[in-house]
Design a protein around this ligand. Structure first.
Ligand SMILES: [Ca+2]
Ligand SMILES: [Ca+2]
Ligand SMILES: [Ca+2]
Ligand SMILES: [Ca+2]
Length: 403
């Protein structure tokens, strides 16, 4: 009976050698499967929230004062291209963008946009409609999404800058917060998705450690020409700004700490537009627990959220007016005027809403003849870089003057 488990001579050693060979060959296959890492989530650290951890950033940027003017409109959409968002968290689930032309779960691409059942965005990592399904979520996207728009919790003081705007969830990073040299097309597709499906703002808290190909640059240029604000990050290596923040189409944000000083990790350069809270910032992890994190990744959503509040107050404002409003309302720090480490200064959400009246003034030189004609025909309402029209369903759309 026991004969079959009886080994003789050197058989056990042979088995060990065979198992080792199998492990080595599997790890070699693994190396072959994964191309080189091309970039990552732009966070420098994250840890469990200590008791008494505060959401100091909301005070620093005067968000609560701004909320007396507006807490945001759900018509304003911020696309978060990141590692995916846990849409089941109570503070976030009602903030998700709803693609009203798509019927969820019927396996049909009802709105014919090329994506089946894309109710709140698309998971470009798994190639499916849900971040919560398939490969496990890295914390980064949920954390960033929560900083843009999550309900304010009086007990913990946690909450997003623009608590009533909508978040479009575009998952791009893998479960370890990385992307690979084989993923550039996915990133361009995610940017295109945001632009084509009505996002007003894209938050891109991601950096590339190699020069990205033109196809990504082309997608960002198209976002800009369609009037979509792309908020990006300075990066966390304490060096010069790299990609994607290096590109002109990206509105690049650096980080400050609680005392209002530029974080020591925050990259510098003429590309830095503004700084925002990015040290020990409080937000949600997948599952709903609060955590504190540091990185320019967490500064950017403060700017994206502020831009969303500005657009909530005035949906007709054009892209360059929007950028100008953000810059003009910033509180200058460091060397007088714009500088390499803090740009125009610390974002001030309350002042940026106050600046709308001034930015509302249409500058006639910026309106081209073609648009003037259309305005005369009563077809569009106007703003310098974009035109707005109302669809039969009552939904408004903005489009660039350049097309
Ligand atoms: Ca669809
Ligand atoms: Ca469907
Ligand atoms: Ca998925
Ligand atoms: Ca300055």
């Amino acid at each position: 009976m026991n004969k079959r488990i009886k080994f003789s001579g050197k058989q056990p050693e042979k088995i060990i050698v065979a198992v080792l060979a199998l492990v080595i060959s599997l790890s070699l296959i693994q190396i072959n499967i994964y191309p080189p890492v091309a970039g990552r989530a732009g966070a420098s650290s994250v840890s469990s929230a200590s008791s008494g951890a505060t959401r100091w950033g909301l005070e620093k940027i005067k968000a609560k004062d701004a909320w007396k003017i507006t807490q945001g409109s759900d018509e304003v959409v911020v696309a978060v291209i990141d590692s995916g968002i846990d849409r089941s968290i109570p503070a976030l689930k009602n903030r998700m963008w709803k693609n009203s032309d798509e019927v969820p779960g019927d396996g049909i691409d009802n709105d014919n946009n090329g994506y089946v059942d894309d109710l709140s965005g698309w998971d470009f990592r798994d190639g499916d409609s849900l971040s919560n399904s398939g490969r496990s979520l890295h914390y980064h996207g949920t954390f960033v999404g929560g900083l843009v728009s999550s309900s304010y919790d009086r007990n913990t003081g946690s909450g997003g800058v623009a608590p009533h705007v909508s978040i479009m969830d575009l998952r791009f990073l893998d479960s370890a917060g990385r992307f690979f040299t084989s993923d550039w097309r996915k990133l361009a597709d995610a940017i295109d998705y945001a632009v084509d499906n009505g996002a007003d703002i894209i938050n891109l808290s991601i950096y590339a450690n190699i020069t990205p190909p033109e196809l990504v640059h082309d997608a960002l240029e198209r976002a800009e020409s369609e009037g979509v604000l792309v908020v990006g990050i300075a990066g966390n290596s304490g060096k010069r700004v790299g990609y994607f923040g290096k590109w002109e189409e990206v509105f690049t944000v650096g980080s400050i700490d609680k005392s209002g000083r530029v974080s020591n990790f925050s990259n510098y350069g003429s590309e830095v537009e503004l700084v925002a809270p990015g040290n020990d910032v409080l937000s949600y992890r997948p599952g709903g627990n609060l955590a504190t994190g540091s990185g320019t990744s967490f500064a950017a959503p403060h700017v994206a959220g502020t831009a969303a509040l500005i657009l909530s107050r005035n949906s007709d404002i054009g892209l360059s007016q929007l950028k100008r409003t953000l810059r003009k309302s910033a509180r200058d720090i460091g060397r007088s005027g714009k500088d390499q480490s803090s740009g125009y200064g610390i974002i001030d959400t309350n002042r940026s809403l106050g600046k709308i009246t001034e930015a509302d003034q249409i500058e006639p030189a910026e309106v081209n003849t073609k648009t003037k004609e259309k305005i005369k025909e009563g077809e569009f309402s106007r703003s310098p870089e974009s035109v707005t029209f109302e669809a039969p369903g009552g939904r408004t759309f903005r489009t660039s003057l350049d097309i």
